[in-house]
Ligand binder design. Structure first.
Ligand code: NFS
Ligand code: SF4
Length: 633
């Protein structure tokens, strides 16, 4: 089985019938995958290599330069963290540049849309909030851009978002980053041939880089909220059934809302143009995290996620796939060629050969967006009279749970102390703990299977679930982001709490079973929530019955996020084995030794039932530590 999503399976069959290759075919072609690579013991960091260290006694124990398995595994891991950090923080910097340009009259499509968030954030960062909005935004952007290079003293976007005791702990370990890009650069330096050859020291460097990743992700969330609005609950539908044969269907894919926000604006203005080509209108749909961004702010329906991204074109009804960057499979270009759907790349730093490239620069973003949508209108005209295959499968979705929205709902129960209902219910055991389910789909796992299993197991045991990224996308497509799913899957305690809050907040029923927090940079929202609860209780995050799981992760970004989550003190379950087993020391440090240092640690368990159980047991250990009643699995 390739996917748990019936719509995806139907389109995989269409691909097979048409002889179009997809990610699942290419995975088969790669088998057997290299065992050295899987263990993390392959090194290509210099041209004397590639070297690989053997896990067997009779094979080579060191690379040509003498690096042992521990050094090689640690170097590879740290490089992955650095790459993930570069991706999240590049995304953040792009937003900062857009806001900066807008403030200087050079990006007319952009500006400050959420003054309240701007003021709240400025206050948190120690900026005088009496300034007029434009000056306040200017100050904030300057501070944000100042997080990237080398700076004196720690970064406020790291220290202001953690508990004080966590800041002290990380300072004591010497792992507070001195600037995002400075830290990324240092990790590339340290992993070059002949620099850092102490795996513990390398991992500490990786932890520092992961803190930089958290800061970069946080900047991305914060600036997106300021420029495009802080999400509030929205209701829509997900999965292929949201495509409309008679409309111009445009998929927005990638990560950065800088481009998709303008496409949303301009598409709204081009409805008449669409009707002129015989369409009922323009139907925007989302893929991956750009899809999450526009879902959260504009209720744009999420179509599909991660490994199934090639399939929308096979419906014969997609009129453009517009991509920005990250997690965009190069394979899209070949499918575009077969299907005739224009694939449009929009950023000079992320082109795909075979795609149409229209650089959506800040100065002319609206004009470029018009050009892109016009291409889609042309494609719509051309496809008239051709058959389409749109799987008629869709689910209701309730999304848009920023921290502000969560606190807003809680405030309906207790306006003086919004966190109290949450904290009280955790203490009483109605809620056993809170688990963030994050990360990607991975072709090695039947799509969504681990997500579904983990959520059902934990919800039935009264665990409050939060989701981001393609994980949230999976839940959207399977109907778990709904109040209806509460009746079906929640344990009695969780059900009572979700119902009480939902009714107090005027929703006329429970909150959804799982709260959709946003894209992967929006894991920063989960950090804020955990830190708020920790501060409210006067303990650090590593004491809370809070954990994370990435049951189908794949990217370097996901590795960076997992590492910052353990750095904040969370147990983090991984549903695939990361490439570290080639070093017993690195493996044992990450899964147990580090617990004594940070409180957080990795739990690696590919079986999702067992993984859920281990996460639940980690929550129970924390409950006992706080003197709260605990439960058996
Ligand atoms: Ni996160 Fe989102 Fe999806 Fe994974 Fe990729 S789209 S940023 S990295 S694959 S969840
Ligand atoms: Fe081999 Fe060392 Fe070069 Fe890596 S850095 S490829 S282990 S010689």
């Amino acid at each position: 089985m390739k996917s748990k999503d019936p719509a995806v399976n139907r389109l995989i069959k269409v691909a097979a019938d048409q002889g179009i290759e997809t990610v699942w075919d290419r995975y088969e072609q790669q088998k057997p995958q290299c065992g050295f690579g899987e263990l993390g013991v392959c090194c290509r960091n210099c041209v004397q290599g590639p070297c690989r260290v053997s896990p067997f006694a009779d094979g080579p124990r060191r690379g040509i330069c003498g690096a042992d398995a521990h050094t090689i595994v640690a170097r590879n891991l740290v490089r992955a963290i650095a790459a993930g950090t570069a991706a999240h923080s590049g995304h953040a910097k792009h937003l900062a540049h857009a806001l900066h340009a807008a403030l200087h009259g050079k990006a007319p499509a952009y500006g400050v849309r959420d003054e309240e968030k701007l003021k709240a954030l400025a206050a948190k960062m120690g900026i005088n909030t009496d300034l007029p909005v434009s000056e306040l935004a200017e100050e904030l952007v300057r501070l944000a851009l100042g997080q990237f290079g080398e700076r004196e003293g720690p970064m406020p976007w790291a220290t202001a978002v953690m508990t004080e005791s966590r800041v002290e702990k990380l300072a004591g370990l010497g792992v507070l980053p001195s600037g995002i890009e400075n830290t990324i650069s240092e990790m590339l330096h340290r992993t070059h041939l002949g620099v850092d050859a102490d795996h513990v020291n390398l991992l500490l460097g990786g932890i520092s880089c992961a803190v930089a990743d958290m800061a970069g992700s946080h900047i991305a969330t914060d600036l997106a909220d300021i420029m495009f609005g802080t999400p509030k609950p929205v209701v829509t539908e997900a999965n292929f059934g949201v495509m409309k044969e008679g409309s111009v269907n445009i998929a927005l894919h990638g990560h950065n809302p800088v481009i998709s926000e303008v496409l949303v604006q301009v598409a709204g203005e081009m409805e008449q143009d669409a009707r002129e080509v015989g369409a009922e209108g323009i139907n925007l749909v989302g893929v991956c995290c750009t899809g999450n961004e526009v879902l959260m702010r504009h209720a744009i329906p999420p179509l599909t996620h991660s490994i199934s991204q090639e399939l929308p074109m096979l419906t014969g009804a997609l009129d453009a796939m517009v991509v920005d960057y990250q997690c965009v499979y190069p394979a899209l270009a070949s499918v575009a060629e077969c299907s005739g759907t224009p694939l449009v790349t929009t950023m000079d730093m992320a082109k795909i050969s075979g795609a149409v490239h229209i650089d959506v620069d800040l100065e002319q973003a609206r004009e470029k967006a018009r050009e892109i949508i016009s291409l889609a209108l042309e494609a719509f005209k051309k496809r008239q009279g051709r058959p389409t295959t749109i799987p008629d499968i869709k689910s209701k979705v309730v999304a848009g749970f920023s921290v502000e929205a969560v606190l807003g709902a809680l405030a309906a129960v207790d306006s003086a102390d919004p966190l109290k209902p949450l904290v009280d219910n955790i203490a009483s055991g109605n809620i056993q703990g809170v688990v963030l389910v994050a990360g990607c789909n991975n072709v090695k796992v039947p799509q969504d299977e681990n997500f579904l299993t983990v959520a059902k197991e934990l919800a039935a045991r009264d665990v409050l679930l939060l989701a981001t990224g393609c994980g949230a996308g999976a839940y959207a497509r399977h109907g778990l982001l709904t109040p209806e799913a509460v009746g079906q899957y929640a344990g009695s305690g969780l059900k009572a709490v979700l119902t009480a809050i939902g009714e107090a907040a005027g929703l006329g029923g429970p909150l959804p079973l799982i709260l959709h927090l946003g894209s992967c940079v929006d894991n920063s929202r989960a950090v804020d929530l955990a830190v708020a609860v920790a501060n409210r209780l006067g303990v650090d995050v590593d004491k809370l019955p809070v954990a994370a799981t990435a049951p189908e992760f794949k990217t370097e970004k996901a590795i960076a996020i997992g590492t910052y989550a353990i750095t904040l003190g969370l147990p983090v379950h991984l549903g695939l084995v990361p490439p570290v087993l080639g070093s017993a020391e690195v493996t044992s440090l990450l899964t147990s030794g580090i617990k004594d240092i940070l409180g957080g640690y990795f739990i690696v368990e590919p079986d999702p039932h067992k993984g859920a159980r281990l996460v639940f047991e980690a929550l129970q250990e924390r409950r006992r530590g706080l003197g709260l009643p605990s439960r058996e699995w």
